[in-house]
Ligand binder design. Structure first.
Ligand SMILES: [Zn+2]
Length: 553
């Protein structure tokens, strides 16, 4: 089936065959653990994951390399982190202390670890590569020495893309980490390698001289320190980013790597890298699409302490892994989409359940079948799923009304469909847990439902004859209609009875108005406001005895 994943897999296989026939195909992603790894960054991983997974499904050898760019500099102190962290600006992310209260040994680990566990739950298999480990163990030694020998050529390539504007002073360190210090016109010359200072650990260093024969490299640091090292044995520094990326494309033989839309601009690292990889490193630029932005809808205030950017782990707390995979699989990389943290998640789940039903009864379109298959399993096997798929919105309503009480939850679930009752909570997990979590963390307090403890005596006393009659008709028939289906028929049916219509009468505007009025009466008596969860669910959740009491029986 040709969805975008299949088409890209075709391209990648053909390209790999042209470049290095018979070798393991390499797809790559890069993540910087400089902060929470949000759902937009997840696309950086999901795009090559889906393609690599498709290639593996076809029985070919393919590795998904995930580069942790944890040897990059710590750029700025995020909101909510003590000012003292400013002294670490310019150090590798693995040398910066983790945020206060963290259980992890350093900044990079603190943000990497939740992503690693989220990727495991999403069924993403990959080979993780820590750039700190690579650089500090000398893996790239030859590549670094080569880049230094080729520094004039690199500088010439970079200068073709350089804009005239000098970076502002505060951005100068950033710019140097990107391209290297010492542009051609400066006396010291251009060097694509930046040492981390032996004294202060930061990259506020300037290379002042280099000898290709001895590999002796002299640098000074903004802290006042300076030394001469032998680059052939020196493992505390890195190639500047615009050189580092193409070096790794060549080193790893990457055939496929997507990039964010920010890489489309002229002179971007991706574009410049495309020239450097061939002209300097004798490799080829990977093929790969630009992927568009992933937005969020909703996301309650509780997460703003983390900078307001939800991560994959946050999403997996409120939705199952196949649903999250589905969102990334069904849209082409160039299409942006939103991950719902608000009420929209209920509609999304309805859509997903409708797809699952079509797949189950064989009526799904081929394209939908393909995307569904990518969502529920990988080449390695199926993902965790919920056995008994009670609608998410139903579970959310139950969680809302019961505030998660297990006994009540099970009672309601059992009564939903007496012909085929839910007999244990395990069968509705993990979906139940996700819905409970969504209600407790994302539904604002003013939208939560709280069932009245006592009947509203004043309201009951002031009811008109027709209203009393409607409640009597409902209560009389309550027991025989006690199921989701039965109660649905009953709440719509009472106004029909009152109007002298048959149960299957077509809705007229008058009837609709009467039904709306009846619903408002029930909501007001049960939860003290004029709206709430769908009435049949609410009635089941409240329980027959309490319904009788609150409706004045
Ligand atoms: Zn220093």
């Amino acid at each position: 089936m040709t969805d975008w994943v299949s088409q890209l897999a075709d391209d990648v296989i053909a390209e790999a065959e042209r470049r290095a026939p018979g070798k393991t195909i390499v797809c790559a992603s890069g993540l910087s653990p400089s902060g929470p790894i949000h759902l937009g960054n997840l696309r950086e991983v999901m795009t090559p994951h889906l393609v690599a997974d498709e290639i593996r499904r076809r029985g070919l050898d393919c590795v998904h390399l995930l580069s942790w760019d944890d040897y990059d500099r710590f750029r700025k102190v995020p909101v909510g982190i003590p000012e003292e962290w400013a002294e670490h600006i310019g150090k590798p992310l693995t040398s910066v202390p983790a945020p206060p209260g963290s259980a992890y040994p350093n900044w990079a680990e603190h943000f990497k670890t939740p992503m690693i566990s989220a990727l495991a739950r999403l069924g993403v298999t990959y080979r993780g590569v820590s750039q700190t480990k690579q650089y500090t163990s000398g893996v790239y030694r030859e590549q670094i020495l080569h880049a230094m020998r080729e520094r004039d050529r690199i500088d010439a390539v970079l200068s073709r893309f350089r804009t005239k504007a000098k970076p502002k002073a505060k951005d100068a360190d950033e710019a140097a980490a990107l391209e290297g210090s010492g542009a051609a016109e400066e006396e010291a010359g251009y060097y694509p390698y930046k040492p981390y200072c032996a004294l202060c650990g930061r990259d506020l260093t300037t290379v002042t001289g280099y000898d290709d024969e001895t590999t002796e490299l002299a640098y000074t640091c903004a802290c006042g320190y300076g030394e001469t090292v032998r680059l052939a044995t020196h493992d505390r520094g890195k190639l500047v980013w615009k050189v580092d990326w193409p070096m790794r494309w060549a080193y790893e033989g990457v055939v496929f790597e997507p990039s964010g839309v920010d890489h489309t601009s002229p002179g971007s690292s991706f574009e410049v890298g495309g020239h450097l990889v061939g002209e300097v490193f004798g490799g080829q630029q990977p093929i790969g699409p630009r992927y568009a932005f992933v937005g969020i809808s909703g996301m309650a205030k509780m997460s703003s302490s983390k900078g307001g950017v939800p991560t994959a782990a946050d999403a997996l707390e409120i939705m199952e892994a196949p649903l999250l995979r589905w969102m990334y699989a069904r849209r082409k990389p160039a299409q942006s989409f939103k991950v719902a943290f608000d009420q929209e998640i209920q509609r999304l789940y309805d859509e997903w359940d409708a797809l699952e039903r079509k797949v189950a009864d064989g009526t799904a379109l081929p394209a939908d079948l393909t995307v569904h298959a990518r969502s529920v399993r990988t080449a390695e096997g199926p993902l965790e799923s919920t056995r008994r798929r009670v609608p998410y919105r139903m579970l959310a309503s139950i969680a809302d009304v019961t505030t998660g009480d297990e006994e009540q939850t099970l009672r309601i679930l059992r009564e939903l469909d007496p012909a085929d009752p839910v007999t244990d909570l395990e069968s509705v997990r993990p979906r139940l847990d996700r819905a409970q979590r969504w209600v407790s963390t994302q539904v604002p307090a003013e939208q939560r439902t709280s069932v009245l403890a006592e009947p509203d005596a004043d309201l009951l006393a002031g009811l008109g004859d027709e209203q009393r009659e409607s409640l009597r008709l409902l209560l009389e028939r309550l027991d025989e209609h006690w199921s989701l289906e039965g109660l649905t028929a009953l709440v719509y049916g009472v106004p029909k009875l009152q109007a002298g219509l048959s149960a299957d009468a077509k809705a007229t505007p008058e009837l609709k108005a009467a039904q709306r009025e009846f619903f408002v009466l029930l909501y007001t008596l049960l939860v003290g406001r004029d709206t709430g969860p769908r009435l049949p669910t609410l009635l089941l959740a409240v329980g027959a005895d309490r319904v009788r009491k609150l409706l004045g029986a």
